[in-house]
Design a protein around this ligand. Sequence first.
Ligand code: NAD
Length: 264
Amino acid sequence: MDGLMKGKRGLVMGVANDHSIAWGIARKLSEHGAELAFTYQGEAFGRRVRPLADKLGSSLVVPCDVEDSASVAATFETLGEAWGGLDFVVHAIGFSDKNELKGLYADTSRDNFVRTMVISCYSFTEVARHAAALMKGSGSMITLTYAGSVRVMPNYNVMGVAKAGLEASVRYLANDYGPRGIRVNGISAGPVRTLAGAGISDARHMFSYQQRNSPLRRTVTIDEVGGSALYLLSDLSSGVTGEIHYVDSGYHIVSMPALDELKR
Ligand code: NAD
């Protein structure tokens, strides 16, 4: 099992700190032998990401702001020069103005709608295009999504709409790149306490509600998301593409609160 990712090189985008989902994924991939590169958004995050990358023996740490196409292109140019190829990509990036992650979805502004879509949805398509150009023979890509894409979650608002677009992108990209042996999948994670998660109003109530009402009666850890990412990025899942894989303690299968909750 230890060598599942041995000989594979990949890019992890979206580590902000050691609570980030991308960090849980990176740790798991590294444990299984992957060689990793990281991106960070701006120098303040760079100061946090470099020591983390260092812990996993990675010195390829490059700035990338996905709002800027030139920055995305430069990232993959750097990777191409350093490695000459690429086996996998982890896209764990999302953003929306927190002032609009509360209240009515109907009040979403045009500016924030566009910005949220560019960063949280389109960026995966742009990243996939650059990554695929470096993948020779086969490859695997994943992005991170949330069940607010398919069902209404309080305050998730425009992020839910962006995640719906992101999940559709997973299917279209899987179909585009499948003939070249490149797989594209999404992980729909349950709520995790991260910087991005904290931007959603009343997030702590959602968190404890899912702890009480998911089949496993708990939320998930970044390590558990990492385990599923390892499966999707390794050859274990060689027949799987275009899939949205839920890592949410089973919360998405229930249609009503748990009995204990109903009787409260
Ligand atoms: P996080 O705050 O640790 O990570 C979000 C990352 O997005 C940060 O590293 C940030 O720098 C990056 N980012 C934002 N705008 C960017 C830009 N313009 N250019 C480059 N990078 C940018 O939070 P997280 O919860 O680990 O989020 C990772 C992914 O997981 C996101 O897509 C998020 O929507 C998704 N997700 C989170 C949860 C949760 O409950 N935390 C649940 C399901 C899915």
